[in-house]
Design a protein around this ligand. Structure first.
Ligand code: NDP
Ligand code: HSE
Length: 416
């Protein structure tokens, strides 16, 4: 079976190196003594630029998708272009052409999960998406395994490498937000449009995929409450650090009976906690099952080699499948009540910049409508408040109103 690759960018080039350029042990899987199969190779790569150099003469760059869709020697397509519409159309067309598909595209998987799984099943082929969540961390396969025994009730984690890289550099080196985002883009951690990373869409897509699988229901990006992390400033890192906390960007979902609670937001963890010590592009994902309890998975959540490793793991799974394999199907039909954020509670840290004389009174009065003020520090043109414990939805509502009067604020729940 020949392989085609859609997109030879950061991850695509990593996959190409593993399969065609003999980096790693991929080809060794096909040269055992009893079963002398030759190692499958990528024969065609779809790119916009026909002159792209692949580093060998086995693969050919093509710019017309038909060259892949109509090539019967290609049985497996690895979709790594990113974006939404074109990749979705290509994945559909490949499945309809009875080609197995492996992708890392969480935008497409989270939006069209059920449709694509159905299409694969109808056409007797397999869709694999291990790298769509957690980069190199084998979370999709592990979750499937745990679900054979457990009812999963909670998923939480640091699910985005770019934002964790930014927050780590700001915390450890006092680095600037914009400079660090540019660095994450140049290394290849960030999405083509990094708004998805910093405004929470990437995390909410990953949380949607895991939650859909775990809670056996279609949960979409738009079902997830999300708040970006672009309002974090150096002064917040300093102040929360002096209070003994580290700022992290967390995705969290909880299932209680039929009620689903979700949130993606900046959160403060105690400095000594495991979460606070997950740095750079590393991710951590915790799943809780009724039998196993809490399990944590840690590893590189973004980047070329780690993600390519997960993609090629899926490729190997397909290449090693028995011919009489039964299709893997997920149950996604459960009807859940999307119950918002009210289950999440905690003390809050809030920083507001004071522009007008009356801003200090406004901020303190607004906070007092929902919570007690435990700590108030006024420092030149800024006020920092730590509150008593309050439900997330009440605090979020209060800050929405406050922001109309005092535009520059940052706040984060303290995770106890
Ligand atoms: P890149 O932008 O680095 O690579 C995408 C490649 O696809 C580029 O070479 C691009 O060419 C090509 N491409 C895009 N659109 C088309 C098109 N319409 N026709 C032909 N070629 C096209 O992305 P990444 O490798 O970083 O990401 C790929 C996928 O993997 C995404 O879905 C991403 O979310 C996911 N992912 C990425 C991770 C990472 O760490 N980077 C980790 C986990 C998942 P051109 O340059 O001309 O646009
Ligand atoms: N942009 C994503 C991240 C890539 O930074 O986590 C991995 O999914």
């Amino acid at each position: 079976m020949n392989i085609a690759l859609l997109g030879h960018g950061t991850i695509g080039s990593g996959v190409y190196e593993l399969i065609n350029l003999n980096k790693g042990k991929f080809s060794g899987n096909f040269t055992d003594i009893e079963n002398r199969r030759s190692s499958p190779v990528i024969t065609k790569v779809l790119e916009r630029d026909a002159s792209k150099d692949l580093g060998d003469t086995v693969g050919k760059v093509v710019t017309d998708p038909k060259e892949i869709l109509e090539d019967d020697s290609i049985g497996l397509v690895v979709a790594l272009m990113g974006g939404m519409d074109f990749e979705y159309e290509m994945i559909k067309a490949c499945l309809k052409a009875k080609k197995h598909v492996v992708t890392a595209n969480k935008a497409v998987i989270s939006e069209y999960f059920q449709e694509l799984l159905n299409l694969a099943e109808e056409n007797g082929v397999v869709l694999r998406y291990e790298a769509s969540v957690g980069g190199g961390i084998p979370i999709i396969g592990s979750l499937k395994e745990e679900m054979k025994i457990n009812r999963v009730t909670e998923i939480k984690g640091i699910l985005n490498g770019t934002t964790n890289f930014i927050l780590s550099k700001m915390t450890e080196e006092g680095a600037d937000f914009a400079d660090t985002l540019a660095l994450a883009q140049s290394i290849g951690f960030a999405e083509a449009d990094p708004t998805a990373d910093v405004e929470g869409y990437d995390v909410s897509r990953k949380l949607s995929i895991l939650s859909s699988m775990a809670y056996e229901s279609i949960i979409r990006d738009e079902d997830v409450y999300k708040r970006g992390m672009t309002d974090v400033r150096a002064v917040d890192i300093e102040m929360t650090g002096s209070l003994g906390y580290t700022i992290k960007y967390l995705g969290h979902s909880i299932l209680e009976e039929n009620d689903l609670y979700t949130t993606v937001e900046p959160v403060l963890f105690k400095e000594a906690s495991i979460m606070s010590n997950v740095n750079s592009e590393f991710n951590i994902i915790s799943i809780t099952g009724d039998i196993i309890g809490e399990l944590q998975f840690y590893g590189k959540g973004a980047g070329k080699d780690a993600t390519a490793n997960a993609v090629v793991g899926d490729v190997l799974y397909i290449l090693n499948m028995d011919a009489d394999r039964k299709p893997e199907s997920l149950r996604l039909g459960r009807n859940l009540n999307k119950a918002g954020t009210s289950i999440f509670k905690g003390k809050y840290y809030l920083r507001a910049n004071l522009v007008k004389q009356e801003d200090l009174d406004r901020v303190l009065a607004a906070v007092e409508t929902v919570a007690d003020r435990k700590t108030v520090i006024v420092n030149e043109d800024k006020v920092f408040v730590v509150t008593s414990v309050i439900a997330a939805d009440r605090f979020n509502e209060m800050t929405e109103l406050l922001q109309k009067e005092v535009p520059e604020i940052f706040y984060a729940r303290i995770y106890e």
